[in-house]
Design a binder for this molecule. Structure first.
Ligand code: ADP
Ligand code: ZN
Length: 602
């Protein structure tokens, strides 16, 4: 909003300048020069005067254009001689008795340029911001909410997101036969949040839900709400819901929910009122409708953590569906979907293609198929072959590597051993959470892979040995790197931070250090409104601080030893598991157990 404002100020200044210039030009061409009476007489004697108008105390007139070089030159003078008419008769000058008003001329020279300027202004505004609704687009408010009646996207077009599909099945069922659900008096979820990185098919999934259940689809992007002038965003939300209710059953889809739903009160001073108003209106609308009328609200975001908590409360977007990056099998299926549209395809090794495209999402794969086809066309081939795909992969990967989204084979290797290190150490120690899955599919910038451990039950208490084991498994990643490659990487910094945190808490919070004893040494949080997370300095001596650091170090060192010892004895298992992980990119805890069992037999 601020930006637009600045913009117009500049145009305004330039505009004013233009008006002045034009006015100056017009005024000079209509200029009335005041001349002394004697000069008037001498003009008269020289026969230069074409025409005059006389009033009681003024004479105004025009000089003959032949004498001024073609220009219209006007003059006026104070009337001195009451007998002027006789004088004019003598020189055969036309005269009249009224004074020609200068008002018209003044108006003309001022108003004309203003009109011209306004015209140019509007023209430019229209040209420059075709898609940014300024005040001129006021009435066209609804144009951007696009309604699609016949969506021919189905679940078959979205591949590799089976988990998300399962979650959405129920919604489709409901939209098809709402009575079945309402008869039970049950409540359908109102809002469904699709969470996942860009290009994984969230929009497609939402459309597929509409397509499968044959209901209209209303789509709008969160950023479009916010770009508008004050008050319009909220009005549009109202319109959107009104329209949807009229068309129920239907689906409302808000893309980029984070653009509109960022937590209120963050992100600087002022300038966000519009977003807040829009967000508030959305919350009001969500609370105001009964999902059983058949309107399902879906939204997509890749940054759920920045959303205003109010949006995630029960009765709003209380259901989240994860749309993750596809694994190898998923990528293969996505490639198949996009290859269906290509009519001339040669022999392709889809397994190999899927393996080559680690880290890519659906949008990247769609792009890949397109790119390969273009390459084939460009080189005048009859069919698209593997060679074109390989070339296209290289091009796309080069682009993605810049964005840190694809990791090279050497790094993948390190990541695989690292993650398995976590998993194997955790499995070897009692009291650690069971390993659910291990993946080397990169997620975001920080994590290149991860090992998911889930507790089997809710835990409120942990004993000392469990905490130590947890630290050991956190250090298992780095330990694996060291035992296999004789070298460590930067990939463990997050693990180290977590391990150190636990070790520190053991000492200063839980009284688990023999040296320091059963004391609580942690500072208390200060009042929340001052600055969340800020703590008062704990009150202990420098000597104590030194001991704390020493004790933390001791715990970490000891557990690192533990992890190293476990992994030293498991080198061949580590190698075997890593091969499988590198090939499949994702293995479950159960699969890892199988690998372990197989290894023990041989
Ligand atoms: P998002 O909304 O998650 O950013 P989109 O749904 O807009 O992603 O996907 C963009 C394009 O990428 C789609 O039009 C489709 O061609 C392709 N695509 C993305 N994910 C998939 C998928 N899972 N299966 C098939 N195609 C996909
Ligand atoms: Zn790790």
């Amino acid at each position: 909003m601020k930006k637009h404002y600045k913009f117009s100020i500049w145009y305004f200044i330039i505009g004013i300048w233009g008006v002045l210039l034009l006015q100056n030009y017009l005024a000079s061409s209509f200029a009335v020069k005041t001349i002394p009476y004697s000069q008037f007489i001498s003009y008269l004697e020289q026969g230069k005067i074409a025409q005059v108008a006389i009033s009681t105390n003024q004479v105004q007139g025009r000089l003959k254009s032949e004498t001024t070089g073609g220009k219209h030159q006007y003059f006026k003078t104070i009337r001195v001689d009451p007998e002027i008419s006789r004088l004019l008769d003598k020189y055969h000058v036309q005269y009249s008795g009224t004074v020609e008003s200068t008002l018209i001329r003044d108006l003309l020279s001022w108003i004309l340029p203003v009109f011209i300027f306004l015209g140019v202004w509007f023209f430019l505004m229209k040209k420059m911001m075709p898609q940014q609704p300024g005040f001129m687009a006021f009435g066209k408010n609804k144009a951007k909410i696009y309604k699609q009646e016949d969506i021919n996207i189905t679940f078959n077009d979205v591949a590799g997101v089976d988990e998300a599909k399962v979650e959405l099945e129920e919604i489709i069922e409901f939209l098809k036969t709402p009575e079945k659900y309402t008869a039970f008096g049950g409540q359908m979820p109102k809002g469904l949040l699709l969470v996942g990185p860009p290009g994984t098919g969230k929009t497609m999934l939402a459309k597929a839900v509409a397509g499968e259940s044959n209901v209209p689809f209303f789509g709008i992007s969160g950023s479009e709400f916010v770009e508008m002038f004050v008050g319009l965003g909220a009005a549009r939300v109202r319109d959107l819901f009104e329209e949807a209710k009229k068309n129920s059953p239907c689906i409302i889809f808000i893309d980029e929910l984070d653009a509109l739903g960022k937590a209120r009160g963050v992100g600087g001073v002022g300038g966000h009122d519009e977003r807040e108003q829009t967000l508030n209106q959305l919350l009001v609308e969500m609370d105001g409708f009964d999902s059983n009328i058949g309107v399902i609200l879906m939204a997509a975001t890749n940054r759920p953590e920045v959303l205003d908590p109010a949006l995630l409360r029960p009765g709003r977007f209380d259901r989240q569906v994860l749309v993750d990056r596809p694994d190898k099998e998923g990528r293969k299926k996505i490639l198949e979907v996009h290859l269906r549209k290509i009519t001339r395809v040669g022999e392709l090794d889809l397994d190999r293609l899927a393996a080559m495209t680690a880290g890519m999402v659906g949008a990247d794969l769609a792009n890949l198929v397109n790119e390969a086809t273009l390459l084939a066309v460009r080189s005048n081939r009859k069919t698209v072959e593997m060679a074109q795909f390989e070339e296209a992969v290289e091009r796309i990967v080069a682009g993605l590597e810049k964005k840190n989204r694809v990791i090279n084979p050497k790094e993948r290797n390190v990541v695989a051993y690292h993650e398995l290190g976590h998993a194997l150490v955790a499995m070897s120690l009692p009291g650690t959470d069971p390993v659910q899955k291990i993946t080397i599919i990169p997620r975001g910038i920080a994590a290149l892979g991860y090992t998911m451990q889930l507790p089997t039950e809710d835990r409120f208490l942990m004993n000392q040995s469990e905490l130590l084991n947890k630290i050991a498994s956190l250090l298992g990643g780095r330990a694996a790197e060291l035992t296999v490659f004789n070298e460590v990487s930067t990939g463990a910094h997050n693990d180290l931070a977590k391990a150190t945190d636990i070790a520190r808490s053991m000492i200063i919070e839980y009284g688990m250090s023999d040296k320091l004893g059963q004391v609580y040494l942690k500072g208390e949080p200060t009042a929340q409104f001052l600055q969340p997370g800020l703590r008062t300095a704990a009150e202990y001596s420098e000597e104590t601080a030194r001991i704390i650091d020493e004790e933390v170090r001791k715990i970490i060192d000891k557990q690192y030893e533990v992890a190293l010892n476990i992994l030293k004895n498991k080198q061949s298992l580590l190698k075997k598991a890593a091969e499988i992980l590198l090939q499949k990119e994702k293995i479950t805890g159960a699969e890892l157990e199988e690998i372990i069992a197989g290894e023990q037999q041989s």
